[in-house]
Design a binder for this molecule. Structure first.
Ligand code: SF4
Length: 486
């Protein structure tokens, strides 16, 4: 595995080619100029080839590029370069030359262009070199997404509300989330600002159909029942929950779930909740900084069923530090016993802002995961088998940077229980108005099939201080796109 290399490529393609090389040689440092003592990759579109150069500058290997193609499944110049680089490195990857975070979006485009599922799957294999199971997976997911979004128009809106507090911080977490102390310091002022942001943005909803509401974070159930209800009442005034297709609240940490909160959520019209164990092994939960027991997960799940929730998601992560295949099997056995309605399986990703990365263990965990890519593959296959045994099918997926073994995250669901908001976020063909610190509103322009992002500031403190500016920013950002279309 190369640790350092230089890459000479067309500037517009440098970034993606570098990302592809790092999928083959993870953690490899890539320079954009020849450097003494290093091997190099030179992409020459004018010669139609890519070359691997030895440290002394002599040519080790040359690979010719395929000709760009036109038609429903075109091969761009950049993809032609990426395929040649993969050949040059004599590598094959589960996701082939796709380095983006939304492989199903590519398959979606082919289905929209009129290709059948079989043709799309074949194009994903041929054009992007996807492994057969991955080509099938992203084509299936894209077909599901198309069916579920069939009646969506580019003018529809979904709402997101972020509660950036958690009882403690997980070691792999890269979300904007603060622990209990911050919640005690800022909680009240934050809720006030949040409700103000929602109320002042009411006008933006006029003339738009609303689809779904999602409250995430953080862990919204860190709030007390009455605080949570205050926010939900404001949201309900804004978008009338009973008219929406889906109202989700993440109740991610079992140690924040009480009967009182569950009853209130149900009474408020919440249709879907998430209880996220990540693992059903106590030693793993302790290692990643979750201060709750496995039993608390099962109790919270049972209480949610008793409260009447018929759509419960559970999140799991494969590749957590120290977990073996038999640990994952143990977690999946417990899932089989609980029978959730959705199962979301993430592959561990170590982001820069995570505690694991800051403490330096993240790199070690990733390196180990890369050495054991086959085990990760087997873990993912096991979770897929569990989902299938429970009668679920994959309905959304995405990839992340710095993901162990370059795999993916998959959302499975029982038919009719799919989380609509998850698909809307992935396919990026709809407006999302986001409220709260770190919320990123997405304003969609159907004519150009483009999203304009309107971010709120990430810091809770700043969000509270600059709330009027956030409100104005969202109004201006939305109107700039919508006005030009009306
Ligand atoms: S529960 Fe989720 S948001 Fe909260 S610290 Fe853990 S990973 Fe981050």
């Amino acid at each position: 595995m190369e640790k350092e290399i230089y890459l000479i490529a067309p500037p517009a393609h440098q970034y993606e080619l570098g990302a592809l090389i790092r999928e083959v040689w993870p953690l490899c440092k890539i320079y954009d100029q020849p450097a003494a003592g290093l091997r190099g990759i030179v992409v020459s579109p004018e010669k139609g080839s890519v070359s691997l150069l030895a440290a002394d500058g002599t040519t080790e290997r040359v690979m010719a590029m395929e000709e760009p193609e036109e038609g429903a499944a075109p091969l761009s110049q950049k993809n032609s370069e990426k395929k040649a680089v993969l050949d040059l490195l004599q590598a094959s990857l589960p996701w082939g030359i796709l380095t983006g975070v939304r492989p199903s979006k590519v398959a979606y485009t082919y289905l929209e262009a009129g290709l059948s599922e079989e043709e799309t799957e074949a194009a994903m294999r041929r054009q992007y070199r996807l492994r057969s199971d991955k080509a099938r997976l992203c084509t299936r997911v894209a077909a599901e997404e198309r069916a579920l979004l069939a009646d969506h128009t580019g003018r529809d809106i979904s709402l997101y509300v972020g509660i950036p507090f958690c009882p403690s911080r997980c070691s792999y977490c890269s979300f904007i989330s603060h622990d209990q102390r911050a919640y005690q310091k800022w909680g009240d002022a934050y809720l006030e600002a949040l409700i103000r942001e929602m109320e002042q943005s009411q006008g933006l909803l006029e003339g738009h159909r609303l689809q779904s509401f999602y409250m995430g974070g953080g862990t919204p159930t860190t709030l007390s029942a009455s605080e949570l209800q205050r926010v939900l009442l404001a949201a309900d005034r804004m978008c009338h929950f009973e008219t929406l297709k889906e109202v989700t609240v993440e109740a991610g940490r079992p140690d924040t779930i009480t009967r009182e909160k569950l009853k209130m959520l149900k009474d408020m019209g919440v249709t879907r909740i998430s209880i996220n164990p990540q693992s059903m092994n106590q030693s793993t939960l302790d290692t990643i900084g979750r201060r709750h027991s496995v039993e608390e997960i099962e109790t919270a799940f049972a209480m949610a069923r008793q409260a009447g929730f018929t759509n419960i998601n559970m999140d799991f992560i494969v590749g957590l530090p120290g977990e073996t295949l038999s640990d994952v099997r143990h977690s999946m056995d417990r899932v089989m016993a609980m029978k959730p309605d959705n199962l979301t399986v993430h592959t561990l990703a170590i982001k820069r802002s995570s505690r694991m990365n800051e403490e330096g263990s993240g790199k070690m965990v990733l390196e180990k995961a890369l050495r054991e890519a086959k085990t990760l593959d087997a873990m993912l296959a096991l979770t897929m088998e569990t989902a299938q045994t429970l009668g679920m099918h994959p309905y959304y997926m995405y990839r992340q940077k710095n993901m162990a073994g370059n795999f993916e995250n998959i959302g499975y669901s029982l038919p009719g229980h799919e989380g609509l908001y998850n698909i809307e976020i992935m396919e990026e063909r709809q407006n999302i108005l986001a409220f709260g610190a770190g919320g990123v509103s997405k304003v969609y322009d159907p004519e150009r099939n483009r999203l304009e992002r309107v971010p709120n500031v990430k810091s809770v403190d700043e969000y509270i201080r600059r709330i009027d500016e956030m409100i104005e920013r969202k109004r201006k950002g939305a109107q700039a796109v919508w006005k030009s279309k009306s």
